[in-house]
Design a protein around this ligand. Structure first.
Ligand SMILES: [Zn+2]
Length: 591
């Protein structure tokens, strides 16, 4: 009988590797004999034939559109359009696109990782020679596009040749393979096999085979030899191993660096070694995780690996086929959560672990959360609010931050949104031009926050719309300020036209100052300072202080919610955002 390989479920990282192994074995291959059960994966040893090829093929087919090679090849459409149209629509902006593509192509062609790939396969085409011939076309003064049309056509032909080269199966296999190493595989592991810098063989296929597969074959053949007599066991599957040479040190961040770190457990056992099969499972982690550039996600459900596969496959397809990137990871998770909570299965939430990955240059980190009922119910009840905030964002440093992601992140971490709300209002006051959201966005987050706090048991449930009520008191104060300052005519006029608030109106400045003081009070949890500011502002405009605040003095959460809602009403203008949202599909708005 043929030798069978069996791997069984364990912690999230190992499960992720099992899924990766399953994906590799079944990708474009017959796989009746690859059997995934609720707690393991089983397949004949012969499935390891050509494993390296399958491993890379899976990663290249799955992630190609995020690779640099795709940036070169996908320019074909541009070339086609202009050649078919005989360059009739080719204008200055087309020339700019052509030039930036030439620049990018040159950069990739001579990059170290590409150059080291060319020698791995035979080809008559010399990309480095073409690189020299590729040249940007810079128009001289008085020159028009059509004075240089022959040069442009020449560059088109060169780019076409380069594209043809990168589309050849061998180029795709090796250069695509290099892309896979640096943009996917190295997210999970490093330092060994083809990621070992001291390595002299740059053929990653050979390296993968000799490093990961050969030892498994030797190990299986040697079962009756040295291994039997050994006292060592694999920490994962408990099978006997002949020595302690294989450890988890190659996994980034989550492995045990045996040389540096020794926790109590490993001290006690004195070793943390693996069998070669378990090492291969870990090497397959990149094929189990779903990555999108510098982010990634994996959902662990160790109760049933088939269910784990189903969820992660749906997430992967959702993320990699989406047309927009910025909020797609959380969006895919939100969708799966909706599906799950509608299914009547024996699905236990506490068993679902969400692992989020983030890479920032050379640093990577994982964040873990357990799905909770409160977040599930919250995302379901707040589908509309979550959809509305999806396109809103602001800048921080050089980064563009997507509000939807931030809100979801906090829900996943089971934390409230108060500090984030505080920041959003503050940014809107101090940096309105880079804050692409309105006070209604903040209002939506407040609603989400209230739902979450209720579900999580931090706030008593009830039907009173405290947010709406507090907001209307805020609006009332705003109108009183406008009236009091004699700018009422102007203010009403604005509201009925486009509702945009005149940032320079004196009463707006006064209200902004009130808002600063209130934000500070709420941030530091000083309820009495908030009430003081509130009282002063109401005295100034000679209206009654709303009782809602004193009612909630003994409830921190409610107080903060109504406090922030009051500020959004005081600063915001609903009508404007509503119209604007309709006009551009919930998009960016400057209030
Ligand atoms: Zn093992």
């Amino acid at each position: 009988m043929e030798d069978m390989i069996t791997v069984s479920n364990s912690d999230w990282l190992y499960n992720c590797g099992i899924l990766g192994l399953y994906n590799v074995l079944t990708h474009q291959n017959k796989h009746e004999d690859v059997i995934l059960t609720s707690d393991g994966l089983k397949f004949p040893l012969s499935k390891f034939e050509g494993f390296a090829e399958n491993y890379f093929r899976y990663l290249i087919d799955t992630y190609e559109k995020t690779f640099s090679i795709y940036k070169l090849v996908s320019f074909k459409n541009f070339l086609d359009v202009h050649e078919k149209g005989e360059f009739k629509g080719f204008d200055k902006s087309s020339l700019n696109r052509l030039n930036s593509q030439i620049e990018q192509t040159k950069r990739y062609i001579k990059s170290n990782s590409y150059v080291s790939g060319y020698s791995l396969f035979e080809c008559k085409f010399n990309p480095l020679e073409k690189e020299k011939a590729l040249k940007k076309i810079l128009l001289k003064k008085k020159e028009g596009i059509f004075d240089r049309i022959e040069d442009i056509k020449l560059q088109f032909n060169l780019l076409r040749e380069v594209i043809n080269f990168f589309e050849e199966p061998d180029t795709r296999k090796y250069i695509g393979g290099k892309n896979a190493i640096y943009s996917v595989i190295s997210n999970a592991w490093t330092n060994i096999s083809f990621l070992n810098r001291q390595n002299t063989n740059s053929d990653m296929y050979e390296e993968f085979e000799s490093y990961f597969l050969e030892p498994i074959k030797e190990y299986i053949e040697d079962r009756d030899g040295k291994v039997q007599k050994s006292k060592y066991k694999c920490i994962l599957c408990n099978s006997q191993i002949k020595d302690l040479n294989i450890d988890l040190g190659f996994m980034r961040e989550i492995g045990f660096d045996v040389a540096r770190k020794t926790s109590h457990v490993w001290d006690f056992n004195n070793y943390a070694a693996l069998c070669p099969t378990c090492r291969l499972v870990y090497a397959c982690v990149p094929a189990g995780f779903t990555y999108l550039y510098d982010r990634g996600v994996f959902v662990n459900y160790s109760m049933d690996l088939r269910e784990l596969k189903r969820i992660n496959t749906r997430i992967r397809d959702e993320i990699l086929h989406a047309s927009e990137n910025n909020t797609v990871v959380y969006r895919a998770l939100q969708k799966q959560m909706d599906i799950k909570s509608n299914e009547k299965s024996s699905f236990e939430l506490a068993d679902v672990q969400v692992v989020r990955f983030r890479r920032n240059k050379d640093n990577i980190n994982y964040t873990f959360s357990i799905l909770s009922k409160s977040m599930l119910v919250t995302t379901q009840k707040c589908t509309v609010e979550l959809e509305r905030i999806r396109n809103t964002n602001f800048s921080e440093g050089n980064e563009r931050i997507y509000i939807y992601n931030e809100v979801m992140k906090r829900l996943f971490n089971n934390s409230n949104q108060f500090l984030f709300i505080n920041k959003l209002i503050y940014y809107k006051l101090t940096m309105p031009d880079t804050s692409n959201y309105s006070m209604n966005t903040v209002g939506d987050i407040l609603k989400i926050n209230v739902e979450f706090l209720k579900e999580a048991g931090y706030m008593t449930k009830g039907n009173i719309d405290i947010i709406g009520k507090a907001k209307s008191y805020g609006r009332l104060l705003r109108r009183s300020y406008a009236m009091h300052s004699g700018e009422i005519a102007q203010s009403i006029n604005e509201e009925s036209n486009d509702g945009g608030n005149n940032r320079n109106a004196a009463y707006i400045k006064k209200l902004n100052n009130v808002a600063y003081r209130m934000l500070n009070a709420l941030r530091t949890g000083n309820k009495y300072s908030f009430i003081d500011t509130l009282a002063l502002a109401h005295m100034y405009s000679q209206i009654e202080i709303p009782g809602i605040f004193t009612d909630y003095l003994d409830d921190d959460m409610k107080f903060k919610n109504v406090g922030y809602a009051f500020i959004t009403g005081m600063l915001g203008n609903d009508r404007y955002m509503d119209n604007n949202q309709k006009a551009n599909g919930g998009g960016i708005s400057h209030e």
